[in-house]
Design a protein around this ligand. Sequence first.
Ligand SMILES: Cc1cc2nc3c(=O)[nH]c(=O)nc-3n(C[C@H](O)[C@H](O)[C@H](O)COP(=O)(O)OP(=O)(O)OC[C@H]3O[C@@H](n4cnc5c(N)ncnc54)[C@H](O)[C@@H]3O)c2cc1C
Length: 432
Amino acid sequence: MAVQEKNFWLTTVDILRTDLARPLPETLDVAVIGAGFTGLSAARTLAHGGANVAVLEAETIGWGASSRNGGMVLTGLKLGVNKLISLYGRERTQRMYAASLATIDCVEQIVNEERIDCDFSRCGHLEVACKQKHFDDYARQVETIARQFNHELRIVPRQELQSEIGSSIYYGGMVDEVSAGLNPARYVAGLALAAMKAGATILEGTPALKIEREARRGNQGWRIITSRGEVWARDVFVGTSGYTGAATPALRKKIIPIGSYIITTEVLPDTVAHELSPRNRMIYDSKNYLYYYRLTPDDRMLFGGRAAFFPETENSIRQSAEILRSGMIDVYPQLRDVKVEFIWGGTLDFAFDIMPHAGQMDGIYYAVGYAGHGVAMATWQGQQMAKMIAGEKPENPFVGIPFPGAPLGLYNGKPWFLPFAGAWYKFLDWVS
Ligand SMILES: Cc1cc2nc3c(=O)[nH]c(=O)nc-3n(C[C@H](O)[C@H](O)[C@H](O)COP(=O)(O)OP(=O)(O)OC[C@H]3O[C@@H](n4cnc5c(N)ncnc54)[C@H](O)[C@@H]3O)c2cc1C
């Protein structure tokens, strides 16, 4: 089979298609923008609570990062715990860390309750150290996480690493058994069905173009202008992640869209698959410009990274495939003669402080900023924000933290600085 510029996960599922001619509802309790994990999880919870809710999706269900990712359901946050404590203090960091563990339970619970057939498995994750000093830092992290958050991670010294990974290039590893893996396209498809079963409407091919305040019959609310007409909603919740656009200009200025790319090999013989990843972990390395990789449920090697920083285009996908293939062979020389069958890309959402953020901006609810750590966090944020919109006071330590914009305000949503940021991260990996 020749290499295809195509998302492997999408070959494993037929995602339901909705009727594109379906008229828009006139009024809603809540309009959710974006049919990824964030929006669909929110819609499911809101609909269960009895709200009249519709999800407006510019493209198709799961079209964004939610069907394109590595399917790693990860504990922790992008920033290290010591950094988090220095920024937010002990108490809030403890709540953030607890939330990051709750996100995995949240996904597992939804998968079980809705019987989503998505190969969810608590296989754990393995972080591998690219330098001795990265490995030395693992011991400090494990100690802090055990002491502050009562959560056990396991250090794997270099001489024992073969029991975790069939590569000899790393200086050691750190395992978290709580993390999980799943097939993201099947998961997002199942989440959409669950939201619909609960009573939510999903409107594909319906981009929100403009969102304006408008009171109706004495109720404060929003007029949402779409390519297919208008709809009025009491509340709006935005879950557009790396695809956040002109409809929410204030949010767009806070989010940097960054491309991430994945290659997937042909199906590997059992023995090879077992040698590469004996415990079937979700694996990523310790660099800023990192690689992440795992076996798929049918034993392909799925290997991803931020090979080019720009959001995906045909060119960036092709160039990234070459870079990723050579990265994969550096990690696993055993794969030198193995065929790559699929390549694709998607867009991540980074806030300037690399933190998740949720709350209300100019009256519109949102949850964004997952920084490549969004399968579990997006699902959880959708659920928690839905509860908040419904008037509850759910735990959410990411609401109310400062949400910085670009330094000196030098950003209008078009990431002109990405080549510099890419070079900067490469430099940091070289020196740190
Ligand atoms: C290649 C890649 C690999 C990744 N790997 C992992 C991983 O292994 N583990 C992990 O935890 N995270 C990973 N991530 C991140 C994770 O996929 C995302 O954080 C998560 O899917 C975000 O979900 P979301 O619902 O917020 O956004 P998305 O799934 O991106 O959905 C946003 C949706 O909003 C729609 N939209 C945008 N604007 C509008 C509008 N105006 N009107 C209507 N609709 C609109 C878009 O069409 C899109 O469908 C990866 C991401 C990528 C790209």
